[in-house]
Design a protein around this ligand. Structure first.
Ligand SMILES: [Zn+2]
Ligand SMILES: [Zn+2]
Length: 417
């Protein structure tokens, strides 16, 4: 068993004696319900309580919704790891935040002190996730993440009217009051994850890039690759509406339904191959019958279809990044191709804090606007229906929903009466 430092952040949920709030709770597979619970209180001196104005559903939340991680969920767990809001109160040790500040809540909870945090590898912080379950399988644990199963600390999420934010000085990014909410909400996880994907693949000026997946993260990687100077970006998916969005953004669409041998197709038009191949469609994405069958029988839980295609389409000595969620293992991993082509493959969870305020500044300066991903807006109270709609791509071309809480609606009315 790996040596790890003991947790420095409490994972406890301290309920307020009188004040209640609405929260999105996991009540079983394909069942997320709005319930009324006591709002959280400051538990550690480094905490902030944030009054959430806007939150959203992530593709990763849909894995939980679909029952892929049910063994790690408890009835009543509060979901969510992408939200923005206004600081309501802070603990004695919080230095950078005051009540009334507007903040982005990052998904990653990090201590700021351990050897991983010292290297800015915040999502691998050794001191915010007391669960040893991942360590037993992976040899090491990840940091705590909001609203994402007992494996990641069991912290209450931020699809709620209030959220307790541990180590708030590092977990919150202070944001200006006059920026539209969608620009900030898109920075909480999606843009930051996408930037991390570009970093892992080392996307540079002049590169030819291929991105598997045209969901919010995949499309963000495509746009950010162009921002980093990529000369051409191939966008791979099988959803025709999402491919149209990629094409509108100036990418070269590759439809897997008409080109099932994706790698061969890309090499036929780009014989040199991709300089950087990035996987942003995740472990549930199957293309060919063997992986689809093995997944449905739970003989394997991570599909290897996209990884094999990416390794083949990427040029010799190129870089590959896995940023879509993988949790388990796959069959038929092409070790020969990886070794003989001298490919570099890297994966990882967003090292969120590392890229802020850099990414926030890009948005403030008008160099990037992530609000395109919110193709839909709804009241927070309708979140269970939105889980249903988004889990099966229920809205053609629908990417992400911006959910506005009652408090968020009140503030919007005050600003635009
Ligand atoms: Zn997310
Ligand atoms: Zn740490």
């Amino acid at each position: 068993m790996a040596q790890v430092e003991s947790p420095v952040v409490s994972t406890a949920y301290k309920p307020h004696p009188t004040e209640k709030m609405k929260a999105a709770m996991w009540m079983g597979n394909r069942t997320i319900e709005i319930g009324t619970v006591s709002r959280p209180m400051v538990t550690d001196p480094g905490d902030a309580i944030v009054h959430v104005t806007h939150c959203t559903i992530c593709g990763s939340d849909l894995h939980i919704y679909e029952g892929e991680l049910d063994e790690a969920m408890k009835k009543g767990d509060i979901m969510g790891h992408e939200a923005i809001g206004i600081v309501e109160e802070v603990g004695d040790k919080v230095q950078k935040l005051r009540p009334g500040d507007r903040v982005i809540i990052l998904p990653i909870i990090a201590c700021g002190q351990c050897e991983y945090c010292a290297r800015k590898e915040y999502s691998y912080c050794d001191r915010t996730n007391p669960s040893r379950d991942l360590e037993r399988v992976y040899g090491h644990r990840l940091s705590g993440i909001f609203g994402y199963t007992g494996l990641l600390g069991g912290y209450a999420g931020d699809q709620a009217e209030y959220c307790r934010v541990p180590n708030a000085d590092l977990t919150c990014v202070k944001a200006p009051k006059d920026i539209p909410a969608k620009k900030l909400l898109g920075l909480a996880d999606v843009t930051t994850t996408a930037w991390h994907g570009c970093e892992l693949a080392e996307v540079r000026q002049g590169d030819v890039v291929g991105v598997w997946g045209c969901g919010p993260v995949g499309l963000s990687i495509q746009l950010l690759s162009k921002l980093r100077g990529a000369s051409k970006v191939y966008a791979v998916d099988k959803d025709p509406e999402r491919l149209k969005i990629a094409e509108r953004f100036g990418m070269i669409p590759v439809d897997v339904s008409t080109h099932p041998d994706v790698a061969d197709y890309i090499l036929s038009i780009q014989p040199h191959g991709l300089d950087r191949g990035i996987e942003a469609s995740g472990f549930r994405s199957t293309n060919k019958a063997p992986h689809a069958t093995m997944r449905s029988l739970r003989v394997e839980r991570d599909s290897g279809d996209t990884i094999s295609a990416i390794l083949k389409a990427t040029r010799k000595c190129g870089n590959v990044a896995l940023i879509g969620d993988f949790f388990f293992s796959t069959h038929d991993f092409p070790t020969g191709m990886l070794m003989e082509k001298s490919l570099t493959i890297r994966g990882g969870q967003l090292m969120a804090q590392k890229y802020h305020p850099f990414l926030l500044d890009l948005v403030i300066q008008g160099k990037y606007d992530p609000s395109w991903m919110f193709t839909f807006e709804d009241e927070f109270e309708n979140i269970s229906e939105d889980y249903r709609r988004f889990s099966k791509h229920g809205i053609p071309g629908g990417l992400k929903v911006c959910l506005v809480t009652e408090f968020g609606r009140k503030l919007e009315k005050q600003q635009h009466p």
